[in-house]
Design a protein around this ligand. Sequence first.
Ligand code: UGA
Length: 423
Amino acid sequence: MAELGHEVVGVDVDPIKIANLSAGRAPFFEPGLGEMLTKANASGRLRFSTAMADVADSTVHFIAVGTPQKHGGNAADLSYVNAALDGLIPFLKEGDLVVGKSTVPVGTAADLAAKLAASATGATLAWNPEFLREGFAVQDTISPDRLVYGVQEGPKGLQAKAILDNVYAVALSNETPLVVSDYATAELVKVAANAFLATKISFINAMAEIAEATGADVTKLADAIGHDNRIGRRFLNAGVGFGGGCLPKDIRAFTARAEELGLGESVAFLKEVDSINLRRRQRAVAMATESLGGSVNGRRIAVLGLAFKPNSDDVRDSPALDVAVQLKGLGGDVICHDPEAMANARSKHPQLSFADSAADAVTGADAIIVVTEWDEYKQLDPAAVGEIAQGSLVIDGRNCLDMAAWREAGWEYRSMGRPDHDR
Ligand code: UGA
């Protein structure tokens, strides 16, 4: 927002995060974010604070706190959203706009709007879901592929739209599509988009299961169906499946909300989407076990990748980290590497061992398993790796390596949904 020319104050309850941000240090790895933060801090348009009172001069108040999966359940935990609004209310004034960014179950905005109306501050609420992807967050924020405003009917809604049009003036001048709707639609757009993406990935992973049993190649299948513009090739990469802080918990929260509404049947398929997704991690572990003669116990396995996707240090619900933990649990001598996510992985799973480099991880390994498709791993030279590894088994959990090159260099190359032998 500061990059786009607005005067911004960022508030968080975590003093360490605020101190880091004020010093220009991004609290997580995200390409381009550190540079942009330094520039925005220097511009004088961006400052950070732990004191809610510092929002008093602002007109637009984004709520962008997390809505994680509830402990012991599938629903979303709304306590942070509620706390943020409660904290804001004493500092709101007539004409202010509170803008919800957090991913919430449908119906939440209406509840928050009622709370806001009862506060008699004169402020209104809009719901403005966020579609940025980790790894492309800067680009997706500056140039979003669409904007959605969920607003009230009548003059309050028109006023909210006018304020948001001003906030997003740069994107709108570049003809970014805009959909203006009621609250419920705006909330649903977000979860529907993530549910669709998760379904697309699980669809191709289901095809991978069939391909594995029949000798077909899921990557060629994806290319061929992807040429149909109605289907499209993106998000049809089979492998160990989806993870992260969004897709897995969003499909579960959506299912929980639909069940609350008595509409569980409408999204019952999302349970299958979740199951297919979790099965692929098991499949990767089973493939390693089977290929190592029935047990990984005592075998040295290099796990390349821990982040849920490349260009991120996020290990929340990461298939890669899960595979590493499962192999370790089965007695494997697991040594992990990730270019960015090792610190986060270590704090969650200190029982794992970590190597300083991919080369160190593969040295002496009986098997290598690639579970996050970082460029660094795609560029590994199979002949050079063959010189330092002990065994010759490589499992490509993301279908990202050059199959022919690895086989030519003498590796037993196995992957997700592709035949085990060249035809
Ligand atoms: C996702 C959505 O793509 C964003 O639009 C949304 O704003 C965000 O969630 C959110 O709700 O905040 P993100 O979690 O950053 O973004 O990650 P994705 O790029 O969607 O990837 C999710 C997972 O799917 C990753 O683990 C990735 O490896 C996996 N994936 C992706 C596949 O297994 N196959 C594919 O073909 C594509």
